[in-house]
Design a protein around this ligand. Structure first.
Ligand code: AMP
Length: 284
């Protein structure tokens, strides 16, 4: 694997690959890699000639400075994991290289910026849209791989690619979970083992909601939400930020559960001071 820290170096390497007519699959990450990230690498490798990953903890997308400062960094281990997974090129710039000056640009995504994560993390998706646009401009991959774990991020990137005409196919990959059901996340490293057990109730809650929707003919969104919240609120160590029932593609709130439609249940909650998100898409 070739590790590159400068934008110019990456551009040079990519033009060499393009001269060989190699197709490029790209996996942007913030590092502290786990099997969820590695599943995206597998996807990129299997569908393209070369796989490029990036590791960059993007300050612009953190609305909370403490969260940014506590974000786990383990570059050496990540490089080993990527080598083992067969990644071809790693782009790992410093903040000074990537943002020589503080970007003045802001990207307003519209509705997606005001609901769910957008509502609770002001500026987050503008930061995501800027970093991903910059990365796309440099890498110009054929396909880029994102996890469904960040379902709203996938929707934001699809909108970005469509409205700005990036000639890039966005591939959304399934959520990889621990055996307990806990969605893998770099932030899980900040949880104690009891905290991880507690956090696995987020997925249990999603599964209970799915089951209750599938066995009952009498669906009501407020009841679905109340049952989910009642389940989570019985655990003292879980502080729910939101639990919403939304359309799976647009992520807009829904009032009725219509047969054959695809919905997503989205949760954000704190466990041991760590903010966790999870979701489940259900076809009715
Ligand atoms: P991050 O490093 O958290 O920015 O994540 C980089 C990419 O990995 C994003 O597209 C995430 O959605 C994806 N990802 C993170 N956790 C998981 C997971 N448990 N399963 C699948 N993809 C994931």
């Amino acid at each position: 694997m070739i590790c590159i820290t400068s934008i110019q170096g990456l551009r040079q390497q990519i033009s060499q690959e393009r001269r060989k007519s190699h197709s490029i699959g790209f996996v942007p990450t913030m590092g502290a890699l786990h099997e969820g990230h590695l599943s995206l690498i597998q996807g990129a490798k299997s569908q393209n000639d070369i796989c490029i990953a990036s590791i960059f903890v993007n300050p612009l997308q953190f609305n909370n400075i403490e969260d940014f400062n506590k974000y786990p960094i383990q570059n050496e281990k990540d490089i080993e994991l990527l080598e083992k997974a067969g990644c071809d090129i790693l782009f790992i710039p410093t903040v000074a290289e990537f943002y020589p000056s503080q970007p003045k640009l802001k990207i307003d995504i519209g509705l997606l910026d005001r609901i769910l994560e957008g509502e609770h993390r002001p500026g987050h998706f503008s930061g995501v849209a800027i970093v991903v646009s910059k990365l796309f401009h440099v890498v110009m991959p054929d396909k880029a791989y994102f996890g469904q774990k960040d379902i709203q991020q996938v929707a934001v990137i699809r909108q970005l690619v469509s409205e700005l005409n990036f000639p890039i196919e966005i591939v959304a990959c399934p959520i990889i979970r621990e055996e307990s059901g806990l969605a893998m996340s770099s932030r899980n490293m900040r949880l104690s083992s009891a905290g991880k057990d507690l956090a696995s109730n987020l997925y249990k809650c999603l599964c209970r909601i799915e089951k209750s929707i599938k066995i009952s003919a009498d669906w009501s969104v407020p009841v679905v939400k109340k049952n989910g919240l009642d389940f989570l609120n019985q655990f003292e160590g879980i502080q729910v930020e939101y639990l919403e029932v939304v359309q799976a593609d647009t992520l807009e709130a829904i009032t009725d559960l219509k047969p054959k439609s695809a919905i997503a249940i989205c949760i954000a909650a704190y466990v041991e001071g760590v903010r966790l998100i999870d979701n489940l898409v259900i076809i009715l």
